[in-house]
Ligand binder design. Structure first.
Ligand SMILES: NC(=O)c1ccc[n+]([C@@H]2O[C@H](COP(=O)([O-])OP(=O)(O)OC[C@H]3O[C@@H](n4cnc5c(N)ncnc54)[C@H](OP(=O)(O)O)[C@@H]3O)[C@@H](O)[C@H]2O)c1
Length: 257
């Protein structure tokens, strides 16, 4: 398979390395900043370019791995040079249909994990959510995902849009709560490590059972006095107070009255 990666950011680096290590080497890297394209291409022993016009004419699969809001602009730039090649993006929050006006064969190859350059991903634990406009391309993407990972799902645009919302709750919002907890302890000269066992237990239980069933705490118990005391203690931080109130009332709607 001749694979082209467009973009040279976190996903391009990790996916490119993984594909290569599993016998699916990337043939070409194309990215708008020549230096970044060259650095990634060198590490993958691939050719590189900063111009869509130089995309390999016999590419089998083009992976667009650029910022979400640049996907359409990049697709438009490549469209005149691509025929009968499968083109996918890697975004959880962007419809695959965004590629429809530009390519005959299009789809999505979304690894549902948070990637950073400093951490090596544990590929066997990363769900791959794939979709394509034709059944044969869904099969092809599933096959590739199985080669580089272990967990593979066919997820439609409609499903993935909400999957992405759920991921924001499970990852970004949960992490924001951890960050607020860290700051609260910091203001009282307490180490964040104090909360580590509790955080581990919370996650372990949520993975074991339904998190809704595992909910505990003053709001869940309807402990109105404690909730009120906590809100008062957060008086210097109205934004945290607001989050505390909203979440408490969401856990237990009786607290709204
Ligand atoms: N990182 C994650 O955790 C993760 C997880 C799953 C899916 N994804 C998806 O993967 C895609 C790439 O994410 P990433 O984390 O790899 O992003 P990133 O590290 O920020 O890299 C973004 C890449 O997009 C290029 N780019 C930005 N604006 C552009 C434009 N207007 N025209 C052309 N290229 C442009 C950048 O080029 P320059 O080098 O020139 O700046 C860079 O190569 C996104 O769709 C994202 O939603 C990311």
């Amino acid at each position: 398979m001749k694979i082209v990666i467009v973009g040279a950011g976190r996903i391009a680096w990790h996916l490119g390395k993984r594909l290569k290590s599993k016998g699916l080497p990337v043939s070409q890297v194309i990215s708008r900043t020549a230096e970044n394209a060259e650095t990634l291409a060198d590490s993958l022993q691939a050719t590189w370019s900063d111009s869509p016009a130089e995309v390999l004419p016999d590419a089998d699969w083009i992976i667009i791995a650029v910022r979400d809001d640049a996907i359409e602009e990049v697709a438009k730039a490549f469209a005149p040079y691509v025929q009968d090649t499968l083109v996918t993006h890697t975004s959880g929050g962007t419809a695959g249909a965004i590629l429809k006006p530009y390519f005959e064969r299009y789809g999505v190859f979304y690894p549902l994990q948070s990637f950073s350059l400093e951490h090596t991903p544990v590929w066997s634990k990363i769900p791959f959510c794939v979709d394509a406009q034709s059944d044969s391309d869904v099969l092809l993407l599933k096959k590739i995902a199985k080669t580089i990972g272990n967990l593979v799902y066919h997820v439609t645009d409609e499903q993935r849009a909400l999957l992405h919302v759920a991921a924001v709750f499970a990852n970004n919002f949960a992490n924001r709560c951890f960050a607020i907890a860290e700051k609260i302890l910091d203001e009282k000269d307490l180490p964040f490590e104090l909360l580590h066992p509790l955080m581990e237990e919370t996650l372990a239980k949520a993975l074991q059972d339904s998190p809704a069933r595992m909910q505990t705490g003053p709001a869940m118990r309807g402990d109105v006095d404690t909730v009120r005391r906590h809100l008062n203690l957060l008086g210097d931080h109205p934004d945290w107070q607001e989050i505390y109130r909203e979440l408490s009332e969401n856990i237990n709607p009786d607290l709204r009255s």
